[in-house]
Design a protein around this ligand. Structure first.
Ligand code: FEO
Length: 170
């Protein structure tokens, strides 16, 4: 049986991951709207990954005899107006999600819930990759964003991103 606080945070994480998908779909829409369809594609794929993350938390709860509790998903709390702002907010959001995963890990650790800690290990690594990706996008945009030809190529590169299912299977 899972600890009550751990269950509460796992349920909260389901909501936060679905919220992340909402947020990235919103970012995707802004990029498409501004003619940067490659950036739009990149965030759309990111939204699919976030939905997968939510489903992994749902499955983990079910695997441990807990019925998931669903709260309302809030509308995106930030309203970037430019692609640069989208990139900055994306990085900030991933740092926030990392802090949530760490809080959850901490809660599991405090009650010696090794099973949940092992489950969360995948997310700790994933967050490291997601923060790196978000930071790298900012750096690339700072380097190439002001030059139309370079921006065109960067946009094409991001347009090639395809969805792949998460490597974690429960
Ligand atoms: Fe599921 Fe980008 O955190």
């Amino acid at each position: 049986m899972l600890d009550k606080k751990v269950v509460e945070l796992l349920n909260q994480q389901v909501n936060k991951e679905f919220y992340s998908a909402y947020l990235y779909l919103d970012f995707s829409g802004l990029c498409y709207d501004q003619g940067l369809d490659g950036f739009g594609n990149w965030y759309k794929v990111q939204a699919q990954e976030e939905r997968d993350h939510a489903m992994l938390f749902v499955q983990y709860l079910l695997n441990n005899g807990e019925r998931p509790v669903f709260a309302a998903i809030g509308k995106p709390e930030v309203a970037p107006g430019t692609v640069k702002e989208v990139l900055t907010e994306g990085f900030r959001h991933e740092q926030y999600v990392t802090s949530l995963i760490h809080d959850l890990y901490d809660a599991a650790h405090s009650v010696k819930d090794f099973r949940t800690m092992q489950f969360l290990d995948w997310f700790v690594k994933e967050q490291g990759e997601e923060e790196n990706n978000a930071d790298s996008l900012i750096k690339k945009y700072e380097l190439f964003g002001d030059d139309p030809k370079s921006l065109y190529m960067l946009n094409s590169e991001l347009g090639a991103r395809v969805y792949t299912a998460p490597s974690l299977v429960l």
